[in-house]
Design a protein around this ligand. Structure first.
Ligand SMILES: CC(C)(COP(=O)(O)OP(=O)(O)OC[C@H]1O[C@@H](n2cnc3c(N)ncnc32)[C@H](O)[C@@H]1OP(=O)(O)O)[C@@H](O)C(=O)NCCC(=O)NCCS
Length: 159
């Protein structure tokens, strides 16, 4: 993901996270850390016409990875893009030598939770009122020793 992707990503962000969307400034700050040796890795999924239809970001600090965000345009959900984006983050976490990969997900978002479970993430705790202003709890999930095997990709039906 590059700085010129921020505008189209923001259009998706506002649609997909109406209650707690990131600002364009937050994406600028994250992308400022994607240089070689930086703590962030951000990627986008594009349609055949080049339009951005998904995005995901990883933070990796001191051997610990965090999924910062992952989202797919509603018109393109259910075709394996979420799995492909998550696989990209897991692969990058492994490449950076992360011992574990963590994420927070809304307790009322079973679809995202199922995606994470398919890749081996396990629930490890609850953060009360993590999402504001909606005051929704976060489920914290963890993947130990992130790695992507070819069989993981087949399980996502993404090839
Ligand atoms: C969560 C999210 C990223 C998943 O993205 P996605 O592209 O729909 O994910 P996938 O297509 O890989 O998987 C979703 C479903 O499609 C199914 N699927 C994947 N490829 C498929 C295919 N080729 N044919 C049929 N079904 C398929 C999967 O089995 C999965 O089914 P399930 O939800 O019943 O388990 C997406 O729903 C999203 O952006 N949600 C809003 C933002 C959000 O909640 N982000 C997470 C914040 S923590």
């Amino acid at each position: 993901m590059r700085w010129w992707d921020i505008a189209p990503v923001m259009r998706l962000e506002l649609e997909l996270f109406p209650e707690d969307a990131w600002s364009a400034g937050m994406f600028w700050s994250e992308l400022a850390e994607t240089h070689p040796g930086g703590t962030r890795h951000f990627t986008v999924a594009t349609a055949p016409d080049g339009a951005i239809v998904g995005y995901a970001g990883l933070m990796a600090v001191a051997g610990e990875g965090d999924v910062q965000t992952i989202a797919v345009d509603v018109r393109h959900q259910g075709s394996g893009l979420g799995a492909a984006l998550l696989a990209d983050l897991i692969r990058e976490a492994a490449r950076r030598g992360c011992a574990e990969l963590l994420l927070e997900v809304r307790v009322d978002n079973p679809r995202a939770q199922r995606l994470y479970e398919r890749f081996g993430f396990e629930p490890v705790g609850i953060r009360r009122g993590y999402y504001q202003p909606a005051n929704v709890d976060a489920l914290v999930m963890r993947l130990d020793h992130p790695s992507i095997e070819p069989k993981d990709l087949k399980e996502t039906r993404h090839g």
